[in-house]
Design a protein around this ligand. Structure first.
Ligand code: LLP
Length: 416
């Protein structure tokens, strides 16, 4: 069920009017639905029922503490890529025993902290990283559980910036090198080999690349077993796409069903790292129209959100649906370019959208719950937006709008 629907021409987030939320907390603001987050997570749980599994929500998609809290309470594990994300999970009450640590550039300090927390697994990305981790673990007299991130060289058929499983990408190690890394890992006393992982890209709309990758991983699992290296889990990463416009990604059930069928009766725990498919459609970005400006070439709607709040259109030419919060409002109907106040031509949220607008109107961008706030910045010294979590008929400010002092914290002038 969609948690953002119209009642009498008014957009609602669960049981609250979006216009009332915007009035109360100001714009631009992100609005998340707790029920939507829970429903998406439950789709994964249901699809994995009866299988040994761990769903590690990819924190980078939306790392707000309240989002992590909601998912953690449902039993989620977490996929992290930095010490900062690790501390967020802990601050949100997440279970360190369900953390997997991905990322190509883990530092010794991050490794040490993760070992102190006794996280589930380090997803290794290189032979060198293995050596560094072995040293950090040995210094602490402990053992690090590891998985090797394999780059299966499959084409995820998604935007090149978010495709990660091709030979030319910086991620993981190729299948030959993976064997060597495993052999080396197996002989290091401070290392325990527990899994294998991959992540081939994001916003995938077909199942076949996932299955191709899985096949390559399973071939490695068998090869390793033949050498006496038995794995406990297989982590297929994240990447399942969502519908922003007219994409038709497989459902979670179809995707997981295909993976389970391919896995057969191998006694491997299945790990997933979904980000977008949990959070994207659980969030809106709400913005107010400040000015309408028509030039020879374009109709511009100047809104109070900008590329610093939501960079996906500027960075990936991403298309996000833009809706009127009050569908009944009067105004000028045109094909509007919805643009922000930032001084860049690339600062747009959507182009040529047919909308009926008047200054002061509210617009809502859909699909903004993932890679929205987490990719926002203070560019143009713009305070980052407030984040609001809706839970039924309750609205919680889960991140206050920034003020000037937040933006200059840590800065100073030179001495006299
Ligand atoms: N695991 C790893 C190792 C990843 O690198 C990622 C995403 C995920 C899981 C989660 O993938 P998801 O289920 O969300 O597709 N900023 C881009 C997306 C970058 C994704 C990077 N890695 C965007 O806005 O489209």
């Amino acid at each position: 069920m969609d948690q953002f629907t119209y009642r009498d021409d008014q957009l609602y987030a669960e049981d609250m009017q979006v216009a009332a939320i915007a009035e109360r907390f100001g714009t631009p603001c992100y609005i998340y639905s707790r029920a939507a987050l829970e429903a998406r997570f439950k789709e994964y749980q249901d699809a994995l029922a009866g299988a040994d599994h761990l769903i590690c929500y990819a924190v980078k998609a939306n790392s707000n503490l309240a989002v992590l809290d909601v998912l953690g309470r449902m039993g989620a594990g977490f996929d992290i890529v930095s010490g900062g994300e690790m501390e967020r999970v802990i601050a949100a009450g997440g279970d360190p025993a369900k953390i997997v640590f991905s990322g190509v550039g883990k530092t010794p300090a991050e490794m040490a902290r993760a070992l102190d927390l006794d996280i589930a697994c380090f997803n290794l990305e290189s032979a060198q990283e293995l050596e560094v981790l072995a040293e950090v673990a040995a210094d602490k007299n402990t053992v690090a559980r590891v998985s090797v991130r394999v780059n299966p060289d499959v084409d995820a058929q998604t935007h090149p910036y978010i495709s990660t499983g091709l030979r030319e990408n910086k991620f993981g190690v190729n299948t030959d090198e993976a064997m060597a890394v495993y052999r080396r890992a197996a002989e290091l006393p401070a290392i325990e080999v527990v899994g294998i992982d991959c992540h081939i890209g994001s916003q995938l709309t077909q199942i076949s690349p996932f299955i191709d990758a899985l096949k390559r991983l399973l071939a490695l699992v068998d090869q390793l077993a033949a050498e006496g290296i038995t794995l406990h889990h297989l982590d297929l990463g994240g990447g399942l796409g969502v519908c922003y416009k007219d994409e038709q990604p497989p459902s979670v059930a179809e995707y997981i069903g295909a993976v389970r069928a391919e896995l057969g009766d191998r006694p491997l725990q299945l790990v997933f790292e979904p980000g977008r498919s949990i959070a994207a459609n659980a969030g809106l970005l709400v913005t107010r129209v400040n000015y309408l400006k028509t030039t020879e070439a374009h109709h511009f709607a100047l809104v109070d959100a900008a590329m610093n709040d939501m960079i996906r259109p500027a960075l990936y030419q991403a298309w996000l649906d833009i809706r009127q919060v009050d569908r009944g409002a009067q105004g000028q109907t045109a094909q509007w370019d919805v643009v922000g106040p930032v001084c860049e031509t690339g600062d747009f949220l959507g182009k040529e959208r047919e909308l009926t607008l008047a200054p002061g109107d509210l617009l809502a961008l859909s699909g903004a719950g993932a890679y929205g706030f987490t990719m926002s910045s203070n560019y143009n010294t713009r305070p980052r937006a407030a984040e609001i979590m809706i839970d039924g008929d309750q609205a919680h400010v889960v991140r206050a709008r920034e003020v000037f002092e937040d933006m200059v914290r840590g800065e100073c002038r030179l001495p006299e």
